[in-house]
Design a binder for this molecule. Sequence first.
Ligand SMILES: Cc1cc2nc3c(=O)[nH]c(=O)nc-3n(C[C@H](O)[C@H](O)[C@H](O)COP(=O)(O)O)c2cc1C
Length: 369
Amino acid sequence: MPATPAHRMRPGRLGDLLGIDIPVVQGPFGGGLSSVELTTAVSEGGGLGSYGAHVLSPEEITDLVAELRTRTRRPFAMNLWVPLDEETAPGPSDAELAAHAARLKPYYEELGVPAPTAADVAARPDYEAQLDALLAAAPPVISLVMGLPSPRLVAETRRLGIALIGTATTVSEAVALERSGVDAIVASGSDAGGHRGAFLRPVRESLVGTFSLVPQVADAVTVPVVAAGGIADGRGIAAALALGADAVQIGTGFLAVRESGASEVHRRTLGTPEARTTVLTRLFSGRTARGIPNRFVREMAAHEDAVPPYPVQNALMQPIRRAAGATGRAAYVNLWAGQAAALARTGTSAAEYLADLVTEAAGAGAAGR
Ligand SMILES: Cc1cc2nc3c(=O)[nH]c(=O)nc-3n(C[C@H](O)[C@H](O)[C@H](O)COP(=O)(O)O)c2cc1C
């Protein structure tokens, strides 16, 4: 039988590890932007669907893994953020919190939402409890961002037969992740949309573009490498595989498809000429993330360094982001997007997008490893 394009893009080492047919991972989306429909559509299509569980309670995690299992028998990944030191540091005083909230007062007023209470701001995910729920639910794959797995997590995932994936933004982080015992590493170039996951050095010292990062990580580690950041079509997949990656992780491209959990206004902006410009900003969450600049980002530019660190600014911004997303006001939505966002295909389904990626990648010479 002549080789079809789909057969030519082999799943490679990551396929052997995870049991997927094509070397494409749908990037997890934290902040409520993941959806069961998207995760299962990608897994059913032969890739690895992922679900960002960062904001979920342990009970929600248990229910979600059970639901995903009823929707697909294929492998899928559940993703968590490892807490950085700033999250365990003492929060701001009442006076400091009031000053930070005052900066946002015009936006609370314009959108007609109350400022969050001190209790809202103090609330944060309990990572250890999230992990316990995940291990009890035992999804096929757990992926982490923003840090290293503990020895206990590595031991437990091995015992339970769960594949463990870590995320690196620098070569040093990739080496540290391999030493920690992960089974595969996402090399996340600074082109990527959403939050930067730097955990060894400050973000500004950890901004390595995908084209530079992937071959250096592939040289430095022996576990499979998944290239992420700025990949949205088959040419990007072929290039990433040529650079030494075993697979790719696509975020923004999947955020644009019909099944994604992104708001209508967010999805509509992806794939347009406006999406050719993205910036790194702390304004929405207190942690550096890449998105399309809008009126809020431009008006608040002078406060980039003054806003409090994650999760305080994230909590202060939550009512604004929610109301803006629900009412379609792009001026205040966190329009997370990577540098290839204008290549995204709004309006297609995940299955169509995945099938097109496979055909295009093979046409662009991708063979897999
Ligand atoms: C809206 C959004 C939310 C994201 N949330 C997470 C997350 O919770 N955990 C994670 O590991 N990666 C997260 N990412 C990163 C993606 O999974 C993926 O690695 C990245 O988007 C790849 O770059 P690209 O956007 O250029 O395709 C997020 C990305 C976006 C755009």
